[in-house]
Design a protein around this ligand. Structure first.
Ligand code: ADP
Ligand code: MG
Length: 592
């Protein structure tokens, strides 16, 4: 998504920020204005205060001061000095306290909102269907959640607040100036507005362009790191360190330099305005001194201008800088908003439904599926019946559609045409979650976390809620018993990131144990043993063969010989089932 405009962006944010945070934001806006006012008052009250302290008797000439004098209970001018000093000090302390409160509130609140948004994006991302994840690079998602989402706050919401504060001050200062020196005020504001406006116009494109560069390079930086570290074996063997370093250096350089340039472009006009201002004052002074006018008459006007400029410039600068922040963040804002707008269906979130009844069979009827990126269908009008409790083997060349078929059976991808039914119940958006509760998956390479063996087997369970009896059964059935017994801390042994301390056969048995722990009725093995050597494969296949006969097993393999224990074998080619039979029959046709 590109930046959808301020109003739409705010509306989207309002939808995803919890209600109580929105209320806190309103509070922050009030606090911002109040603190701005207090600051303005305490600064502008300094001169009158000093004047009164110097000559307190002058207060008696002011009719407006009468209630104040009565309130303080002063008998003479000297009695006024102490209470006035106290009053002024109190006002200044108040203003300072307000300012500190504002900064504290602003920082806490913006980070709280940043947390809300990051969590919301992660939540929504995890509920996206498999097809969305398959089409997307996870580095990009990580960069959105970890880095970019905070820019919604620091690059959009906070700058809006700064503009609000600046506008408040600007209006007040302008109002005061207009009362006293209208001509000067108008030319001053006109001049400042002209310089900032022109700068904004000129820098509009480069700032936005840099913003796009930052948005694009952030995930690339992350990807370069992940690929270098994730493929460390290959990196060490190939000696490809320079390649990965160069990739990282290129992206991080583009990203950081764009950031640096945007910082400069956000500050630049201040120095331009200041320079022009001082040069102008010099010129005016020169004209006044050498011309007919006298310096004495010109000085008060010049002083007023300089003072007003000194007040107005930082405000203009703050507003302009806030605007460049938003401009520079627009690309990132758009991207984050599209992640925030990822749809979730009511049926997906919330408590999982009870498992779908499965007594008889799974049926595929005319199932076809094409991936967006290829013209040839990955599945082409597949008809298939899998009876409960049978063991089905699927063989076929690489790219023939075996994994796609498995993904359809697991309800991970939705076919373009045709239907899947379980006991005659169609699998659709409503029934999918219930069906998936019956299924477990054993992939070619299991994803292990850097946690204990027990936690890896009970993958989706909090450590303290692991069912020990179920765990023990899963370990025994997956024939992991001896492995566990040999480990120093048994099931509590930490396996290490990516399970580097385990052999391939052990890892696949952990994958099987994980599937068994889920107590699924259907287990899909997608080339679960094809990365293993023949002997290890045979042993893992023995473990699978020994599983409960009530389980429905769907086993994808390269070699027919690994599927000898299946009840029925399907051969797939180019997305079609081209042959089916018992293992013996199939071996007769194609003895591989
Ligand atoms: P197999 O598991 O039999 O090797 P797959 O089911 O993985 O085959 O793939 C079948 C076809 O679909 C192949 O041509 C493959 O390139 C393509 N394919 C698989 N996954 C995707 C995807 N996520 N996006 C695009 N094409 C895909
Ligand atoms: Mg495959």
């Amino acid at each position: 998504m590109t930046f959808p405009g301020y109003r739409r962006a705010l509306r989207i944010l309002a939808r995803h920020i919890p209600r109580h945070r929105s209320q806190q934001l309103v509070g922050l806006a009030v606090l911002t204005v109040a603190s701005t006012l207090a600051e303005l008052l305490s600064i502008s009250a300094a001169f009158p205060f000093l004047a009164v302290i110097a000559e307190p008797e002058r207060l008696y000439d002011l009719p407006a001061a009468e209630p104040l004098i009565a309130f303080l209970g002063a008998e003479g001018p000297q009695d006024l000095i102490a209470p006035l000093c106290l009053l002024f000090a109190a006002a200044v302390i108040m203003a300072g306290a307000l300012r500190l409160t504002l900064i504290w509130t602003q920082s806490r609140l913006s980070h709280l909102i940043g947390i809300d948004l990051a969590v919301e994006i992660f939540y929504r991302t995890l509920y996206q269907p498999y097809s969305v994840h398959a089409a997307r690079n996870s580095s990009r998602t990580i960069s959105v959640i970890m880095g970019k989402s905070m820019r919604l706050v620091t690059g959009f919401m906070l700058p809006l607040f700064q503009i609000l504060a600046a506008a408040t001050l600007m209006v007040l200062a302008m109002g005061t100036l207009l009362l006293f020196v209208p001509g000067v005020a108008l030319s001053l504001v006109g001049g400042i507005a002209a310089v900032y406006g022109l700068t904004a116009l000129v820098l509009l494109r480069p700032i936005a362009h840099n913003g796009t560069t930052i948005a694009r390079e952030m995930p690339r930086t992350m990807q370069a790191l992940q690929e270098g570290l994730g493929g460390i074996r290959d990196v060490l063997l190939d000696g490809s360190q320079p390649l990965h370093v160069a990739r990282f250096a290129r992206s991080v350089r583009l990203q950081r330099l764009a950031t640096a340039d945007n910082v400069v472009m956000g500050m630049a006009p201040r120095y331009v305005v200041e320079t022009i201002g001082i040069v102008l004052i010099v010129i005016v002074a020169y004209v006044l001194v050498t011309g007919e006018g006298r310096l004495q008459t010109a000085l008060p006007v010049l002083g007023a201008v300089a003072l007003a400029a000194q007040r107005l410039l930082p405000v203009a600068q703050q507003a302009y800088n806030a605007w460049t922040q938003i401009r520079g963040a627009q690309a990132v804002i758009g991207e984050c908003l599209s992640y925030l707008e990822q749809p979730t269906r009511a049926g997906d979130t919330g408590l999982p439904p009870p498992p779908l009844p499965f007594e008889r069979d799974i049926r595929l009827e005319g199932v076809s599926l094409s991936y967006a990126s290829s013209e040839r269908p990955a599945l082409d009008a597949v008809d298939l019946v899998i009876e409960r409790g049978t063991r089905i083997g699927i063989v076929g060349p690489t790219g023939s559609g075996k994994s796609t078929l498995a993904d359809v059976l697991m309800g991970l991808i939705v076919p373009d045409a045709g239907q899947m039914r379980v006991d005659a119940t169609p699998i659709d958006d409503v029934t999918r979650r219930a069906w998936q509760r019956r299924i477990a998956h054993v992939p070619q390479a299991i994803f292990l976390t850097d946690a204990s063996l027990a936690e890896n087997i009970a993958f989706s369970e909090e450590p303290d809620r692991i069912d020990r009896a179920r765990l023990a059964r899963a370990v025994a059935q997956a024939q992991l018993g001896t492995t566990v017994a040999e480990l120093p801390q048994g099931l509590e042994t930490v396996v290490g990131e990516r399970g580097v301390r385990l052999s391939g056969g052990q890892r696949q048995r952990i994958a099987i144990a994980r599937a068994l722990y889920r107590e699924a009725d259907v287990i899909v093995f997608d080339e679960a043993t094809s990365a293993l050597d023949t002997r290890t494969e045979t042993r893992v296949m023995e473990a699978i063969a020994g599983l409960d006969r009530n389980l429905t097993l769907i086993m994808i393999a390269h070699r027919l010989t690994t599927l000898r224990d299946c009840d029925r074998i399907l051969r797939i080619e180019a997305g079609r089932i081209v042959a089916t039979g018992t293992p013996e029959e199939m071996l007769d046709i194609d003895p591989h």
